[in-house]
Write a protein that binds this ligand. Structure first.
Ligand code: DX5
Ligand code: ZN
Length: 229
């Protein structure tokens, strides 16, 4: 099953409710929420108070991507404030198993992300413990960057491990996803698609609809079935 997750990092914050309503109208089922701390990545974005407001006003699945050091310090608050899934970066963790368990114990799904320079092999041992693997297709920190071609191999590699081992793990891609490369990414095995600037710049409803058309044409099965529990 495929999920489409617009990243509100590229939304117009003076009309955030409208932008969220627009992606929902266009057919998205997830909302991607990028948290940046100015340490793990150069930029600072937004955090719990914004998530809390959004969670009260939307039915969309809240996919929270923590680009922060020591994410374990904030898990409880993000999950209490409405995160359905929390993704932490492998590069920030001393004891990944412990943090994954912490997310599950707090009642959320757990995702694990790797940066472009982190080899795919490093995430493999955790695939049996997590709900979602996230391959960063740009260096995290900003929207509107170009997709790194080296991501192709990583997506295909992780997708093949998931298939071969019969695991129930989603594979998310994030960064540089546009109308002209989304079909390829899905055909490589990604099933949770993040896009920011390509959704919120211009006609948000129309952009979302066009992404979903492309995704459905890519041969993806079971568009938007219920998420595996
Ligand atoms: C990058 C963020 C992305 C970003 C994607 O650090 O994690 O989610 O918003 O933006 P685009 O789709 O514009 O590359
Ligand atoms: Zn992200």
């Amino acid at each position: 099953m495929i999920h489409f997750a617009p990243s509100i990092l590229s939304a117009d914050f003076t009309q955030l409710q409208k932008d969220i309503d627009d992606v929902q109208r266009g057919g998205a089922d997830y909302l991607h929420f990028d948290v940046m701390d100015g340490i793990f990545v150069p930029a600072i974005s937004f955090g719990m108070p914004v998530l809390k407001c959004i969670a009260k006003k939307t039915e969309l699945f809240l996919d929270v991507h923590l680009m922060i050091v020591e994410p374990e310090r904030y898990l409880e608050e993000f999950i209490k404030d409405g995160a359905d899934l929390v993704t932490v970066h492998l590069e920030t963790l001393k004891e990944p198993e412990k943090v994954i368990k912490q997310i599950h114990d707090l009642g959320a799904k757990a995702g694990l992300a790797i940066n472009p320079e982190t080899p795919a092999e490093q995430i493999r041992p955790y695939l049996t413990m997590i709900d979602m693997a996230l391959v960063m297709c740009v260096h995290p920190g900003f929207g509107e960057q170009a997709y790194l071609p080296s991501s192709d191999e990583k997506i295909a590699q992780i997708a093949s491990w998931i298939r071969e081992d019969g695991l129930y793990v989603d594979l998310e891609i994030d960064g540089g996803i546009k109308m002209d490369n989304v079909e390829k990414a899905v055909s490589l095995g990604a099933n949770v698609i993040v896009a920011g600037s390509a959704v919120f710049h211009g006609d948000t409803v129309g952009n979302t609809e066009r992404f979903l058309e492309k995704i459905s044409k890519s041969g993806a099965q079971n568009l938007f079935c219920d998420r595996r529990s």
